[in-house]
Each structure stands twice: as structure tokens, then as C-alpha cells.
Design a protein around this ligand. Sequence first.
Ligand SMILES: Cc1cc2nc3c(=O)[nH]c(=O)nc-3n(C[C@H](O)[C@H](O)[C@H](O)COP(=O)(O)OP(=O)(O)OC[C@H]3O[C@@H](n4cnc5c(N)ncnc54)[C@H](O)[C@@H]3O)c2cc1C
Length: 302
Amino acid sequence: MSSLAAELCRHFEKDAQENALLAPYTSARIGGAADLLLTARSLDALRQAAQICWAHGQGFTLLGAGSNLLVSDKGIRGVVILNRAKRQEIRPGAEPAIWAESGASFSSLARAAAAQAFTGLEWAVTIPGTVGGAVYGNAGAFGGEVATDLLWAEALTRQGEQRLSPAQMGYAYRSSALKRAETPALLLAAQFRLAPGDPAQIQSKMEEFTRRRKASQPPGASMGSMFKNPPGDYAGRLIEAAGLKGKRLGNAQISPIHANFFVNLGNATAQDLRELIFLTQQTVQQQFNVKLETEVEMVGEW
Ligand SMILES: Cc1cc2nc3c(=O)[nH]c(=O)nc-3n(C[C@H](O)[C@H](O)[C@H](O)COP(=O)(O)OP(=O)(O)OC[C@H]3O[C@@H](n4cnc5c(N)ncnc54)[C@H](O)[C@@H]3O)c2cc1C
């Protein structure tokens, strides 16, 4: 065991697990083992995990809800931090807001706001990730996105902690300055704008979004949309037009219900999924001269 692993195991005790399978921590239920998996159950634990790694000159991989990741079959070398810091708090007043630790479920923020008659985050009710994952990737749905509702986010880097404005987050479609940066930053917490609203209207909006999701999205294990929509078009439409809807490799399938969803039919490998991704990119490029860019991130040792 390396001196880093030994220190982390001493520090995190039962929240440090060697050779831990990652598939259960991803929405696709795919992925090999992490050399060392740390579960951070508080902001302090999150900070300490990162700082101990950095003090040893090592990086780490951060996992929120694992709903936008394809983890390789060989797994992830080094340290993986599983973010379970999930406190949240409504901050009423003249400028109402909701604050949350980055491991909180994003959809739970929408429900908490609704429970106290605050509007603004109803769109987030259908997003299965954490606040950190949403702020990092500028998650969005039904016309809403993090970029318009975020007030600030707190990030930790090797240089220390910093409060970032939406402008500093450098948001673009499913992207942020953090996502594009060479040097890693760990999002600790975020605060989102709310407004007083009508409880019945808020509730019915959330129900409508949930109903529309259920009607259009395939059930089963997936990572959500596999590709970003290219300008002026839809990835799903292009994949379907290329004749790939329903295409299967092993137990990985391009959903026959929604062609931008790639599903695990049971024991699919990451390799099957990756080949399906490459095949799709190649076919769409050849037929329509469009380069599909993955929204899902591939991580680990391939
Ligand atoms: C069924 C389904 C439906 C979906 N629908 C939508 C949708 O409508 N709109 C949409 O935008 N997305 C959607 N997604 C994708 C996904 O839920 C979002 O991208 C989500 O925001 C990812 O959050 P996560 O916690 O799961 O991140 P993860 O998948 O765990 O991580 C994704 C990336 O974010 C980084 N990250 C996570 N937390 C932090 C942090 N605290 N600090 C720094 N980096 C961090 C990770 O290191 C990784 O690089 C869907 C996914 C599924 C499975």
C-alpha cells in the first residue's frame, strides 16, 4: 500500500475501501474497481480527502451520482472520492435562495424549494445527479439551466478556496470553465436563486416535467443523453436517421425509444458502450458530416 493510501485509510477508516467496484455508484451500473474509494460524508471530509491527495502530489477522481460518466471495465487507478456531503438550506429573505453542499441531490433542491413555495428550480426535478455534477457540467432541462439560476459556487483548488460567480464559471452548453480547465477544482457548495411562487403552480410544473420525462425517456440503466446536440439539430434525430436506433453490441444498446440514450440491458461492458459510441460518431460523420461530441465523460483506464 502506498503512503498516500495508508494515510487515507487511517484517516477515513470504514469510509476508505480498497479495490472497490464502482458500477454500483453509477447510473449505468457499469465500471471496474477503484484502487481506493473514499466516501466523503461532509464538506470537511471532502476537503481533507482532496488536500491529503494533493499533499502527496497526487490527483483524484471525483464521483457525484455517477449519472454522466462511463467508467472503464478496468476501473480507475488511484483515489476516487465519492461525494456524499449533502446538507442543504433554504435562505429566505428579500433575495431568497437555496444553498447546498455539492453532494446533495439536485432534484431534492427543487423539491425542498417547492415545499416552501419557492419557484425557480422546478426544471431540476428530473436531473438525477448531484449539485456538484450539475454546476460542473451546466446541467439543464425544459428551458432551465444552472447558468441562469446559480448565484455562486465555492470551489477548492490546490491554491485554496474561492467563491465563483456564474461569469467566472464560464458557462456554455453543458460545459463550464471548470470542465475545460487543465487544473482540477473541487466544487464544495453552491447557492441558487429562488423567488416566491404559487405552491399549486410549482407543484403542477414539477409534475408536468416528470410526466414528460417518463413519456420520452427509456427506462433502465443509462447515462442520460450520450451526445450533445449539435448546433441547430438533435443528436437523437441524426442517430435515428443514420439507422442506428436499436443497434446492439453485446448488452449495450442504442435505445429503441430514444436514440440519444445508450442503455445497459444487463451486464453490458464499458467496452461495448465505447465501441457503440465510436460506431455512432463514425456513421453520423460519414452520412451527415456532423461530428457528435459526447456529453457523457469516459473515465478510468481503457
Ligand atoms: C436518466 C438520466 C437523465 C438525465 N437527464 C439530464 C438532463 O435533463 N439534463 C442534463 O443536463 N443532464 C442530464 N443527465 C446527466 C446527468 O444527470 C447530469 O450531467 C448531472 O448533472 C451529473 O451529475 P453527477 O453528480 O451524476 O455527476 P457525475 O456523473 O458523478 O460526474 C460528472 C462530472 O462532474 C464532475 N463532478 C461531479 N461533482 C463534482 C464536484 N463536486 N466538483 C467538481 N467536479 C464534480 C465529475 O468529476 C465528472 O467529471 C441525465 C442522466 C440520466 C442518467
